[in-house]
Design a protein. Structure first.
Length: 158
């Protein structure tokens, strides 16, 4: 195996999932999803913002920071990262009327564990054609990515 192939494999194994939330008024999407273990990053701008985690959908909908946890106190150029754990989290900015103007987000984090397959019905007879089994689209995408990176890397050494 060439050094280029080894480098490509190491790069692919080090891919990190990340969710970036631009913490401005209004937030681009007020409902986002993440996967367990994914890095979630909130990034503000030069305006003053804070990051408050509220306890439930009602306090979130009402922009009520009472009883919430201050994750980041009011500051300019806010920056905060956390690793996602399974659950639903509600964040608001309680500076001025930022929350009511749309600076809030619900983050739903799902498990990375595969879901147990349900029992499948009896298999139907195999088709008589000589076609091979379908390859999952994700496998094709990963193979395409690997091939593209390999070709680009190979070109550097030629």
């Amino acid at each position: 195996m060439s050094a280029a192939c080894i480098i490509v494999l190491l790069v692919l194994l080090d891919l990190t999932l990340a969710l970036d939330i631009s913490w401005v008024v209004p937030v681009a999407s007020q409902s986002v999803t993440a996967t367990e273990g994914e890095t979630i990053t909130f990034t503000g701008n030069s305006a003053t913002h804070n990051l408050i985690q509220v306890t439930d959908a009602t306090t979130y909908a009402n922009c009520d920071a009472t009883g919430g946890t201050t994750v980041v106190a009011a500051t300019t150029n806010l920056a905060y990262s956390t690793t996602a754990a399974v659950g639903t989290y509600y964040y608001i900015c309680s500076v001025g009327s930022h929350c009511s103007a749309g600076q809030k987000v619900q983050v739903t984090v799902s498990s990375t564990s595969p879901v147990s397959p349900s029992p499948s019905p009896s298999p139907s007879p195999s088709p008589t054609s000589s076609s091979s089994a379908a390859v999952p689209q994700a496998a094709i995408s990963i193979l395409g990515l690997m091939a593209g990176v390999f070709v680009l890397t190979w070109g550097l050494y030629m």
